[in-house]
Design a protein around this ligand. Structure first.
Ligand code: SF4
Length: 297
């Protein structure tokens, strides 16, 4: 068996940076005796969260925190703001609790927050194309109160009908699919022909999708490593299935079926929230399995 990795795979710049900051914060917590939390799960990957827990980093439930349920726990602690960012009110509450804030908001998300504020100040109605329940969208709304969210073309049309002004601007959740963004843009343009469309989609997802498509042409099967609750990993899996090759989405190597060891060339990729150690573990498991089944190269 030959194992071929995608040219671009695994953690994106923003998540990698947030993870490194969380590990540093974990060490600082041990040294100072302070509790260390991430504001919501840092990464959509259970193994990565477990690994951070070993560094003393726990997860604060964002909703419960916003309802004041963790005030005593968070007081004087160290809190890492994840790559999605957080609303301004969260920063203020943490400061009021004398927490040390480590801001790991991805620079791309920071740019979206800033852009939304600038557009509102310039008199635009700002519409964010994305998932209203996603942490990044919540963080942009929390910096640019008054912005609106369109999750799909239908909700975009409904929103457009309720807006009285013609000065509207559209920005994207960084991880939205380009085709979904274009569909929302088209729906809004029915009402706002001069809609100002800002390009805020992060290339990380597209780069991984592109690399997967190229990889699929050269392999017999595909393995996609990453959290089952990671949207971008699930999209990679969908793209893998669309390639027509057998594909498996796994969180742990042991989830792979024995069938994979009969394949001559296996492609390996991972979502933008999958840590390197998991990719390495999957590769090692494939190599060991191939040796056991006598299909190793
Ligand atoms: S996907 Fe892009 S925007 Fe989101 S955290 Fe990663 S680098 Fe930042």
């Amino acid at each position: 068996m030959i194992i071929r990795r995608a040219e671009v795979l695994g953690m994106c710049m923003g998540v990698r940076r947030a993870e490194a900051l969380a590990r540093e914060a974990g060490a600082a917590g041990i040294a100072s005796g302070k509790k260390v939390f991430t504001y919501g799960p840092l990464i959509h990957n259970p193994q990565a969260i477990e690994s951070l827990r070993k560094y003393g980093v726990q997860v604060l439930d964002t909703e419960q925190f916003e309802h004041g349920l963790f005030d005593e726990l968070a007081r004087n602690s160290i809190v890492i703001i994840r790559a999605h960012g957080a609303p301004l009110s969260t920063f203020e509450r943490l400061k009021a609790l004398s927490a040390t804030i480590i801001d790991a908001t991805c620079p791309r998300v920071l740019a979206s927050q800033k852009k939304a504020v600038q557009l509102l100040q310039a008199g635009y109605i700002v519409i964010i194309a994305g998932d209203a329940s996603h942490g990044e969208v919540a963080s942009i709304l929390g910096h640019a109160p008054g912005a609106l969210v369109a999750e799909n073309p239908e909700s975009a049309r409904q929103l457009a009908n309720s807006i009285k002004t013609s000065k509207a601007a559209l920005i994207a959740q960084t991880t939205i699919k380009e085709s979904e963004y274009q569909a929302i843009e088209a729906a809004l343009k029915e009402k706002f022909p001069s809609l100002l469309v800002i390009q805020t989609i992060c290339p990380a997802t597209r780069d991984r999708q592109e690399a997967l498509r190229k990889l699929a042409e050269t392999v017999d099967a595909l393995v996609i490593a990453g959290g089952k609750n990671s949207a971008n990993t699930r999209r990679l899996y969908m793209a893998a299935l669309e390639s027509g090759k057998p594909a498996w989405h796994i969180e742990k190597p042991e989830e792979l079926p024995d069938e994979v060891f009969n394949k001559e060339v296996v492609g390996l990729t991972a979502g933008a929230s999958t840590p390197d150690f998991i990719v390495d573990e999957v590769e090692k498991y494939l190599m060991q399995g191939a040796k056991k089944y006598g299909t190793a190269e």
